[in-house]
Every structure is written in structure tokens, then in C-alpha cells.
Design a protein around this ligand. Structure first.
Ligand code: CA
Length: 247
């Protein structure tokens, strides 16, 4: 087994989709790819089944009768279930995407989706889950903040501390910020972030995931005066700039 290529054997995926033909199609697809699949058709069933644990990933449709996908997601995260979650969203439902990522989703795919991309995304989630677990156990990164004080990005507790302020981050936000902060001498392209932070094998997949997460991260960092820490370097990606001016 090659390091960085660790795979979970027969990963267990929970598929939550109310439309039977899609649910059955997804079940057949993932089973054909070596996954163990549990499929349910509504949100309450998803919450009950997920409570039993043992899942490596959840494919979660947002539009569900009764308890919708975002409520399911919030429920999972409220009990500290960190299972990788990929949302299935309707075309044009950008608000759902933003709310979903805020609620702790790891990624999303817009319907109608290509099956190869979907499987690739789920595999990416599984690799990412491992990467996050490995990285989170050891790191604190000190960054110089405005007014010459220092901020600490603490990956153990997923927070940024600046003076008396403590800002809680999601695992993804902490990994993203840390990755950029450790490479503050250069701009990091989106495709590199997708591979290194998200665990995608192919970073050229078209996705707004990185941009949406960066926007959210900036909005959060504002509360500790760090809204300009992550600069956009046009045509090149993102760079951790601390208090420098962005050219
Ligand atoms: Ca649906």
C-alpha cells in the first residue's frame, strides 16, 4: 500500500434519495464499484440508520419529503458525527449549496450528474477523510496578524485564536487555512487545493467547492479581524497574505 493512496476496503456508503429510480441506480452503481450500500428514501430513516454508525460516506439528497437533507446534515453534525457527506443538489440551487457547506457538508454534486464524476467525488471524500484525520492530530500554526499580535490556527481543536477571541472552524476550513498558511510565500491554485486538501485525484474537475469554502472562511475570519488573510491572486489561485496588501 502506497502512502497517500490508502483506501478503505469495501467502503460503506449511505444513500439518501427519495426518488426510487435514482436511489436504485445509485445503489447498483456503487455496489458495482465495490461499495457496501445502505439506501433509504427519507430523512428520518437516514437519521435513524446513520445513528448506528459505521458509514464511510453519506450521499445526501437535499430535497426530501418530511425532513430535508440539510436538516439531516445538521442533525448528524450536532451529534458530532464527522462522516463524510456529499450533497446532491438541484441545478440552480446555489443557496442550498452554501447552506449545506456551512452546515458541514464536505462537497456537493449538482443534478443531473455524471456517474463517473460522482464516484470520483465519493472516492475523493474517503481519501480526504483519511488525510484530515492524519493532519489534525498534531498541528498548530502561528500566523502574524494585524497589530503585530499573533494568531494561532489550532488543528487539534479546529479553531483560530487571536487574543481573547476564539473562532471555531470546521475540519475542512481548518485544513484549508493551514494549507495556505504553510505556503504563504506563494499562490496556491484551485486544482492543487482540490487534490491536497480535498483529496481529489483529479484537481481539474470543475467545481465551485474551493471558492465557496474560501468565501465562507473569509466571512468567518472577519470576526477575528482576518477577513483579508486569504487573498485572491487573479489567474493563479489563493494565497495566505496575512496583513500584506494583495497586488
Ligand atoms: Ca429528492
Amino acid at each position: 500500500m502506497i502512502e497517500g493512496e490508502m483506501t478503505i476496503e469495501n467502503p460503506h456508503v449511505l444513500i439518501v434519495e427519495d426518488e426510487a429510480p435514482i436511489r436504485e441506480g445509485l445503489t447498483a452503481l456503487f455496489e458495482s464499484q465495490g461499495f457496501v450500500v445502505t439506501a433509504v428514501g427519507d430523512g428520518l430513516a437516514a437519521v435513524e440508520v446513520a445513528a448506528g454508525g459505521g458509514f464511510d460516506a453519506v450521499l445526501l439528497d437535499i430535497m426530501l419529503p418530511g425532513m430535508d437533507g440539510l436538516s439531516v446534515l445538521r442533525h448528524l453534525r450536532s451529534r458530532s458525527d464527522s462522516v463524510a457527506v456529499l450533497l446532491l443538489t438541484a441545478k440552480g440551487a446555489e443557496d442550498d449549496v452554501v447552506r449545506g457547506l456551512e452546515a458541514g457538508a464536505d462537497d456537493y454534486v449538482t443534478k443531473p450528474f455524471g456517474i463517473h464524476e460522482l464516484v470520483a467525488r465519493v472516492r475523493g471524500l474517503l481519501r480526504r477523510a483519511r488525510v484530515t484525520t492524519l493532519k489534525e492530530s498534531r498541528r498548530q500554526i502561528v500566523v502574524d496578524a494585524a497589530d503585530a499580535s499573533s494568531a494561532v490556527i489550532d488543528l487539534d481543536v479546529l479553531a483560530v485564536r487571536l487574543g481573547d477571541h476564539e473562532l471555531r472552524l470546521t475540519a475542512r476550513e481548518a485544513s484549508l487555512l493551514a494549507f495556505l498558511a504553510e505556503r504563504r510565500h506563494r499562490a496556491v491554485p484551485r486544482d492543487e487545493l482540490l487534490v491536497e486538501v480535498w483529496g481529489y485525484r483529479d484537481g481539474s474537475i470543475q467545481t465551485r467547492t474551493v471558492d465557496v469554502h474560501i468565501q465562507q472562511l473569509r466571512a468567518k475570519l472577519k470576526s477575528v479581524g482576518g477577513e483579508s488573510w486569504v487573498g485572491t491572486i487573479r489567474g493563479r489561485g489563493y494565497r495566505f497574505v496575512g496583513t500584506e496588501d494583495v497586488g
